[in-house]
Design a protein around this ligand. Structure first.
Ligand code: G1P
Length: 300
């Protein structure tokens, strides 16, 4: 089965980026000139996704509005012949891509949020993209597309991972590949996964980076998952249950990840994307050089 649907949970409160996210969704905070959520949607579309399901809640309507038309603004920009700006707001997603939303009625965790989209995905496989994490591709590679291709070969779930410093393992889902480390852009079977382990109990330092390709079966498994780490229904626990009945693989990302869910990660994402944006790259480069910072811009 091909993977054409992506679930993007956007119901989080954004407490790690307060006060900026007090009255606007954290997903709408700009990275250079676009809200962070737009990068995530563009990543999914570039990987071949045609149906996007936002799992949202009250107070976050700005996200849905961003992907909808704004006729008044379009009319004004058209009458002023501001064609480039008009294109930038009219074609946020191509016409063949649909954006749907469902509500998460209680903040019961990532697993609960993903399950809110179950009636839309049915038994079809789906992608999950966590909007806090931006994945910046290297040299035209698209990790999500590669994960979908690997899934479609054998229908093995694909979980994107990258190594994190040992003292950070307690902040992530951590996978156990029995010491094997997948090569960049490749996957290896994983034995188990655990959500936010104590550092001395972590099976490795390979952390889940917020991109998943999962079979429809995960929705059924989620129905029986009890609250785990942080008292929340964890997606990691449902995928752990999946490992007991079928192969699940850890995929080593090729691109760079930026965690915009915390202040430093958000700032670094702006610098990284600013260094490849035609309107900002030169000035930003000069600014960094004036601090004696040698940099290496990543390709987009
Ligand atoms: C979630 C997942 C975790 C993953 C992380 C990536 O945690 O539960 O497994 O490693 O995203 O950012 P959260 O950051 O929402 O607590």
């Amino acid at each position: 089965m091909t993977v054409t649907t992506a679930i993007i949970p956007v119901a989080g409160l954004g407490t790690r980026v307060l006060p900026a996210s007090k009255s606007i969704p954290k997903e709408m905070l700009p990275v250079v000139d676009k809200p962070a959520i737009q990068y995530v949607v563009e990543e999914a579309v570039a990987a071949g996704i045609t149906q996007i399901v936002l799992v949202t809640r009250s107070g976050k309507e700005a996200i849905e509005n961003h992907f909808d038309r704004n006729f008044e603004l379009e009319h004004i920009l058209a009458s002023k012949k501001k064609t480039a700006l008009l294109d930038s707001i009219r074609n946020v997603v191509p016409e063949h891509v649909s954006i749907t939303s469902v509500r998460q009625n209680s903040p019961a965790g990532l697993g609960h949020a993903v399950h809110c989209a179950a009636s839309i995905t049915g038994d079809r496989p789906f992608a999950v993209l966590l909007p806090d994490v931006l994945v910046q591709n290297q040299g035209g590679q698209n990790d999500l597309r590669q994960m979908i291709a690997l899934y479609e070969k054998q229908q093995y779930a694909q979980i994107m991972v990258e190594a994190v410093p040992q003292d950070r393992v307690g902040s992530y889902g951590i996978v156990d590949c029995r010491g094997e480390i997948p090569a960049s852009g490749q996957s290896v079977p994983l034995m188990a996964m655990v959500e936010k382990p104590a550092p001395d109990e972590a099976p490795s330092n390979l952390a889940i980076t917020g991109r998943y390709i999962l079979p429809g079966r995960v929705m059924t498994l989620l129905e029986d998952i009890q609250p785990g780490a942080g008292g929340e229904i964890q997606l990691t626990d449902a995928i752990q249950a999946l490992t007991l009945e079928s192969t699940v693989e850890a995929y080593q990302m090729q691109g760079a990840s930026h965690d915009c869910g915390n202040k430093a990660g958000y700032l670094l994402a702006n610098v990284s994307y600013g260094l490849v944006h035609p309107e900002t790259a030169a000035e930003l480069r000069d600014f960094l050089s004036s601090y004696g910072i040698d940099h290496h811009a990543r390709s987009d």
